[in-house]
Design a protein around this ligand. Structure first.
Ligand SMILES: C[S@@+](CC[C@H](N)C(=O)[O-])C[C@H]1O[C@@H](n2cnc3c(N)ncnc32)[C@H](O)[C@@H]1O
Length: 272
């Protein structure tokens, strides 16, 4: 638990985060409150976390609450993370969709963070596009945190971010070097992905149906009930056969019977 908070204050923040973002904050992760929220308290002219809690208790729907929720998100991402899903997209899913006569394919990067996942999908599709002249693709990236979406829309990455996972051939083909060793993704790839705010705890049926969903490395922060609820709602917004990718340590097993594992393609799920 946070050293700076009384148990009821810790519980207040844990409840707020659980209700508004799904984050299940266990006492052993309480130190994160100190490191991430102390700068928020200071920036808002508050002496410490206890004053921050008092202010939130007085008005839990104030913009301050959003700052707290946003700064407690973990936004770690990288290009072609775990590589396999992108191989499976080009080698398994696109041929299967072509076989079914698909002409329009909608892909959702749910919890897209700074956009590397959506742009890795876009580059994969671009590489394969000659084989699928009759297919139109739409990539939608959503995240709870507006600060990461701004970065995703800008499509500008540091040398460090570029070095993590992006093959040099892709860098040369799809990026332009900018000042300060930054790299900007080219307009043609940028135009393939649209980013908007979206909280996985809220209804998302209005976004329409998707053929492929990447929902990776976010459910890991939720408790079992929330994971199960999100997975059931993801299933409801997919067109059959409905391809779902989760993070390498995430699974639908025992949480949602609307998906089944594709035995021959590890890590991929389809509608049951
Ligand atoms: C670790 S990143 C994963 C990024 C990317 N999917 C990947 O695997 O590289 C998790 C992201 O989930 C977002 N997030 C957390 N809770 C969320 C929620 N309830 N709804 C939507 N996004 C959420 C965070 O803001 C963060 O950007």
């Amino acid at each position: 638990m946070s050293a700076a908070l009384a148990p009821d204050e810790f519980q207040f923040l844990a409840d707020l985060l659980k209700q508004r973002s799904g984050l299940a904050l266990t006492p052993d992760k309480g130190y994160l409150l100190d490191t991430r929220l102390t700068p928020i308290a200071k920036a808002n002219g508050l002496a410490d976390l206890r004053e921050l809690v008092a202010k939130l208790r007085a008005n839990p729907s104030a913009p301050l609450a959003y700052q707290v929720i946003e700064s407690m998100t973990t936004n770690e991402s990288m290009f072609f993370r775990d590589s396999k899903p992108f191989e499976q997209l080009s080698k398994v899913i696109l041929p299967a969709l072509k076989e079914r006569g698909a002409t329009s394919v909608r892909i959702w990067s749910a919890a897209c963070s700074t956009g590397q996942e959506a742009y890795s999908i876009a580059m994969t599709l671009k590489e394969e596009s000659l084989k699928y002249p009759n297919m139109k693709f739409e990539i939608v990236g959503t995240d709870l945190a507006e600060k990461v979406l701004e970065r995703a829309r800008a499509g500008i990455y540091s040398q460090f971010e570029i070095q993590r996972g992006l093959p040099i051939t892709m860098l040369m083909k799809y990026f332009t070097q900018r000042a300060n060793n930054n790299w900007e993704i080219n307009d043609a790839i940028k135009a393939m992905a649209k980013f908007s705010t979206g909280n996985l705890l809220m209804p998302f049926a209005a976004a329409g149906k998707f053929d492929i969903i990447f929902c990776r490395n976010v459910l890991i922060y939720f408790d079992e009930k929330t994971k199960s609820d999100v997975m059931n709602r993801l299933a409801a917004c997919m067109n059959a056969p409905g391809y779902l990718f989760l993070g390498t340590s995430e699974t639908t097993n025992a949480l949602c019977d609307k998906f089944k594992v594709m035995e021959e393609h590890r890590g991929m799920f389809t509608l049951a």
